[in-house]
Ligand binder design. Structure first.
Ligand code: HEC
Length: 145
């Protein structure tokens, strides 16, 4: 522009030099946050000491997640909120109410609905360890073991 002051020209020059560098930084930050966002949706069993080759026991490892200190059973018990997660009924409920997807473990509602990064079920979430145990149990076939 004809009427631009010298000050303005200098400013434009500065912008021309700085902008490409800013763009590089912005792209880098976006890439970093992208790779990070992929790491916490599915908790890797290895990262919390659960060995994927060990068999997860429903009765001794999964049921206590539901019932210890009434963690889930304070709400999910007979006559209250579905599903009934008490030791006597949890296995039947999970199966009869389609909360387990054996073809795609991470798509099981008993897993994804309460896993730590989910936006659903604000009542209560699993800890990372609990989520990993539930996911591994389903991956292994969700047996009543
Ligand atoms: C404070 C009460 C409360 C606690 C504790 C609680 N829940 Fe829930 N849960 C609810 C309510 C209310 C609903 C139904 C509304 C909804 O979907 O958010 C529900 C729904 C669910 C559903 C979806 C059921 C369906 O058929 O769609 C699942 C799965 C579930 N809860 C699992 C759990 C697990 C696992 C725990 C323990 C880690 C837990 N809940 C702890 C109140 C609770």
């Amino acid at each position: 522009m004809k009427y631009q002051s010298r000050k303005n020209d200098k400013f434009m020059e500065f912008i021309k030099i700085v902008m490409p560098k800013l763009m590089v930084i912005v792209v880098l930050v976006m890439l970093i946050s992208l790779t990070n966002s992929c790491t916490y949706k599915f908790v890797e069993p290895e990262s919390i000491g659960l060995n994927p080759t060990d068999t997860v026991s429903f009765s001794t490892q999964i049921i206590p997640i539901f019932t210890s200190n009434n963690n889930c059973t304070t709400c999910h018990k007979p006559g209250a909120t579905s599903p009934d997660l008490t030791a006597a009924n949890a296995y039947n409920e999970l199966n009869s109410k389609n909360l387990i997807d054996l073809n795609d473990a991470a798509n099981s509602k008993i897993y994804y609905y309460c896993e730590p990064s989910s936006t659903s079920h604000s009542w209560k979430k699993y800890s990372e360890n609990e989520a990993a145990a539930v996911l591994l149990w389903i991956t292994q076939g969700a047996h009543n073991n």
